[in-house]
Design a protein around this ligand. Structure first.
Ligand code: ZN
Ligand code: ZN
Length: 666
């Protein structure tokens, strides 16, 4: 069919009547007409553009491409279908350029079924048609079809490879993506910034430093070194793989620093445990005039939570409110965790309640917060509420739930949830879940069951899960099992000082002094250093750190005096220092001095001295609170009539009126 003898079809004759028909002035010159046509297209007036310039379009069907392209932002499927029938009428469907535009339009509108039908009927497909379809499949979450098409293509161009490398990352197929990337390079295809960024994200996820370094070489070869997207991905890869310095260096060499670069740097420091560094970076970023976004807030608030610096955390919260970031669910989740970890459960609840759009991460954070504070029943209640809102929990939700059950002694409930997770929700139990269950069983004294679980589970045991059982052996004074379990821990991690200490104290409480000195000798021989206990407390926005018997603090003399007075008052009420956990061969007086000067006692004494009466005291400790300190703090909370909240390496202890929320199990 010739292009000049086509009927003058208009949009109205195909479907809807157009009120714009012939309402616009006609232009005599071709260039004017084209200009007018393009203006209408760019403004999204598709029907008007067609109706006014129908004759030009029939004369030059390639103009359909402009109409199709302009149709994308209108998001109108009916418009797309009308254009489709016009193209069929015009006979220019055979033009692969136009048909590709139509295919692209359907895929961009999310009309995957229309795209598939069209693709099947296309008389002449080329690279572009296949690439559009691959991207469309990936976009719609249909990885299988994307892969099938990719494999069936006799030839692929650089865009095909880039699309597939980028797409695989979206499905967390990191290894496949990295492998495909290297195949792509072997065949001589140059990656673009997106596939480079994607493959670097894949390497970061896999913590594959060597592969990442090879990609770095490509980055240099392709001249993308100074590209912001690639540079940030590169820095992220290095930092995620634990090479913080290299990451920092890349960001510092970049020609300019944008918010993404700052955020990359902060997230990297947070991942590597440099929470103080995150805070410094944040203040530097503010001074440089950058406004934080939600990603910034999440990193910074998480660091406040790590450092348990409530004062600064509140300040950042205020800044997030000002920036309008407090309606963003990821920011709220980090606030919930921050307040919980700083010991302010009430503020966590408040932040949670005020958030309207809750996602599974936020629910899980709140469940974890309850668990952290030993409120297992509340955690369970929240989980059922979540179920009622038809929001399915994920692995993290169940981990929080199991943690909550084990820290509240809810053994049966916890085991039920474990079954529910696997059977009803079809989720796969990971090592962390098993560790929680072992903790749950261990706490309730089912030591044999716990050991059997570790030995029979389908995932490989690590030092942590054995250590969890070792603590249970200590609590239930099972020296036989403790020795067996400690062997398992030390086989995996011979330098783990905490296990030696745990084992020694199990022997000590059974008065098996011979074994105690054996353990100590082993420690010496293997040159294992005991991690020193450190406690810290925030007073008037300043963080004070204490170590055992630390005399560096300017107020040490006063603290010492205060502690002595406090101890004698405690003794009057019946406190007997529990020296069984002290391993040194010292006389009793020395043991007692050591005990009274544990870092958490120093921190609590200092906080009591420096804050008005009745203000809750929040102390953080890097190790577990020892048995004697736990008893002592209960007395202190009674004598001083104050609430003392201690966060140790495993949980929160709320001391009030002579009792602790953990029920003496931690
Ligand atoms: Zn202690
Ligand atoms: Zn406690």
């Amino acid at each position: 069919m010739g292009r000049f003898d086509l009927p003058r079809t208009t949009f109205s004759s195909v479907s809807l009547p157009s009120i714009f028909q012939n309402s616009l002035p006609r232009f005599s010159t071709i260039s004017n007409a084209k200009e007018q046509f393009n203006t209408l297209c760019s403004k999204g007036h598709i029907k008007e553009a067609f109706d006014c310039f129908a004759s030009e379009i029939w004369a030059e069907p390639s103009l359909f491409s402009n109409l199709l392209q302009a149709c994308i932002p209108t998001k109108s499927v009916s418009l797309a279908k009308q254009l489709h029938s016009l193209i069929l009428t015009s006979g220019c469907f055979k033009d692969k350029f136009i048909s590709n535009h139509l295919l692209n339009l359907y895929s961009k509108l999310g009309e995957i079924q229309h795209a598939v039908t069209l693709f099947d009927r296309m008389p002449r497909r080329n690279f572009m048609s296949c690439n559009i379809m691959i991207k469309a499949y990936l976009e719609m979450g249909n990885l299988e079809s994307a892969k099938k098409l990719f494999d069936e293509m006799p030839d692929r161009n650089v865009a095909t490879w880039n699309a597939m490398v980028t797409g695989l990352i979206k499905f967390e197929m990191n290894e496949e993506s990295v492998l495909l990337f290297s195949r792509m390079n072997e065949l001589g295809f140059m990656p673009d910034e997106y596939s480079l960024g994607s493959v670097l994200r894949g390497c970061a996820h896999l913590r594959a430093l060597i592969a990442g370094e090879q990609v770095h070489a490509y980055v240099i070869k392709c001249g993308f070194e100074l590209n912001m997207v690639v540079g940030c991905s590169l820095a992220h890869m290095y930092m995620k793989a634990g090479s913080l310095r290299d990451g920092e260096r890349i960001i510092k060499w970049m020609p300019s620093c944008n918010l993404v670069a700052w955020n990359t740097l902060m997230a990297g420091k947070a991942q590597n445990g440099y929470s103080e560094g995150v805070m410094d970076q944040y203040y530097m970023m503010r001074m440089a005039g950058f406004r934080p976004d939600r990603i910034t807030f999440v990193s910074v608030i998480s660091s406040c939570s790590e450092l348990a610096i409530l004062g600064q955390g509140k300040q950042i919260h205020a800044e997030a409110i000002k920036a309008g970031a407090c309606s963003i669910v990821s920011v709220v989740s980090s606030l919930v965790s921050m307040y919980s970890r700083c010991g302010c459960l009430q503020d966590s609840i408040k932040a949670f309640m005020e958030c309207e759009e809750r996602d599974v991460v936020l629910w899980s954070s709140m469940i974890a917060a309850y668990g952290f504070h030993g409120q297992g029943d509340q955690a369970i209640k929240l989980f059922h509420e979540m179920e009622r809102e038809s929001l399915p929990g994920n692995e993290v939700t169940f981990l929080s739930l199991l943690y909550a059950c084990s820290h509240s002694g809810l053994k049966e409930k916890g085991l039920d949830f474990f079954d529910m997770m696997v059977e009803k929700y079809g989720l796969k139990a990971r090592l962390e879940h098993y560790t929680c269950v072992v903790d749950l069983l261990g706490r309730s004294g089912c030591l044999e069951e716990a050991e059997a679980m570790i030995r029979s589970m389908p995932v490989r045991a690590d030092a942590i899960i054995w250590k969890t059982l070792l603590s249970a052996c200590k609590i239930h004074k099972n020296a036989e099992m403790a020795r067996r379990v400690a062997e398992e821990v030390l086989r995996i991690d011979p330098q783990d000082s905490a296990s030696y200490v745990l084992l020694a104290s199990v022997h000590a409480s059974a008065k098996r002094w011979q074994n105690v000195s054996e353990v100590r000798r082993a420690m010496k021989e293997r040159m294992v250093k005991k991690e020193p206990g450190i406690s810290w407390v925030e007073v008037k926005n300043q963080v004070h750190q204490f170590r055992m018997g630390d005399e560096c603090h300017p107020k040490y003399a006063e603290i010492n005096l205060y502690l002595e007075e406090l101890t004698s008052e405690m003794k009057m009420r019946g406190y007997v220092p529990d020296t069984s956990s002290v391993l040194h061969d010292m006389d009793n007086e020395e043991k007692e001095y050591n005990l009274t000067h544990h870092s958490e006692k120093l921190a609590i004494a200092f906080a009591l001295m420096s804050t008005p009466e009745g203000v809750p005291i929040r102390v953080m400790k890097n190790l577990r609170v020892c048995g004697d300190c736990h008893v002592a703090i209960k007395y202190i909370s009674e004598i001083k009539k104050s609430e003392i909240i201690v966060r140790d390496s495993s949980r929160f202890h709320h001391f009030k009126n002579g009792a602790c929320s953990c029920g003496d199990y931690w």
